[in-house]
Design a protein around this ligand. Structure first.
Ligand SMILES: [Zn+2]
Ligand SMILES: [Zn+2]
Ligand SMILES: [Zn+2]
Ligand SMILES: [Zn+2]
Length: 237
């Protein structure tokens, strides 16, 4: 039933506001070509269920179509909007206006689809339908078990981190010791190599100079030879 049950209204509802398809008070009212009012959902399913040839107003039998449906006059919306009705959910005593009812029911704490906090403040969030079976102690025991499990996991992670840190620390100090042990020896070796190198340089110095000198002389004599050759060739012309 898409409309609102007439029984829920505080005062008797004018028949004009009752949908002749669902026989309840119009919800999202819509007007057909012959000015009858229906719930939008009701007239859509009425027209959708019949074949194109048989699309007729359920009241006047005149041919109608979804395309010719239009909004109801403003006065109808205003009069409907002022009607007062009870909330649909068991346990809720609220009476609200037609305009407010959908918003109220969506947020109503008695709406079985909505979540509520346990009244005893155990921290549980429950659906209305779960309240009957809810036991604060059992709920808290479950939470404690979950937390204990999390703490155990954290402890294990912490322990494995501690072991890893210790191992790294040991490795570092062993490396430092080894470096300290080798350092004097390496320093001594380095200075010996340095000495040897400068010795080699000293011995190498004169040899290199001699070599350069002999290369220069060779080059000079070959130039001299060439000059003499051309001079001779010039004379013979
Ligand atoms: Zn209806
Ligand atoms: Zn009609
Ligand atoms: Zn309510
Ligand atoms: Zn509780």
């Amino acid at each position: 039933m898409p409309g609102y049950d007439t029984e829920r209204f505080i005062s008797k509802v004018n028949e004009e506001f009752v949908c002749s398809i669902c026989l309840a008070v119009l919800k999202n009212p819509i007007c057909d070509a012959c000015e009858h009012y229906f719930c939008e959902e009701c007239i859509h399913s009425w027209l959708g269920a019949t074949s194109r040839r048989l699309r007729k107003c359920p009241l006047s039998n005149e041919e109608i179509s979804i395309n010719t449906l239009k909004p109801v006059p403003r006065i109808v919306r205003n009069l409907l909007g002022r009607l007062e009705l009870k909330c649909a959910f068991d346990g809720c005593e609220k009476i609200v206006t037609y305009n407010e009812i959908d918003h109220h029911e969506t947020n109503c704490t008695f709406n079985p689809e909505n979540n509520v906090q346990c009244e005893k403040n155990c921290g549980a969030t429950l659906k209305i339908s779960e309240i009957g079976d809810h036991d604060c102690v059992k709920y808290l025991q479950l939470i404690v078990a979950e937390l204990t499990e999390k703490v155990d996991i954290l402890k294990a992670i912490n322990e494995s981190n501690r072991i890893e840190i210790n191992e790294t620390r040991k490795l570092c100090s062993a490396t430092i010791q080894e470096v300290n042990r080798l350092l004097p020896m390496l320093t001594k070796e380095l200075s010996a190599v340095k000495n040897e190198l400068s010795e080699i340089r000293r011995n190498l110095g004169p040899v290199t100079q001699d070599k350069e000198k002999s290369v220069d002389m060779k080059r000079q004599s070959s130039i001299k030879d060439k000059v003499e050759y051309y001079e001779r060739a010039g004379k013979s012309d």
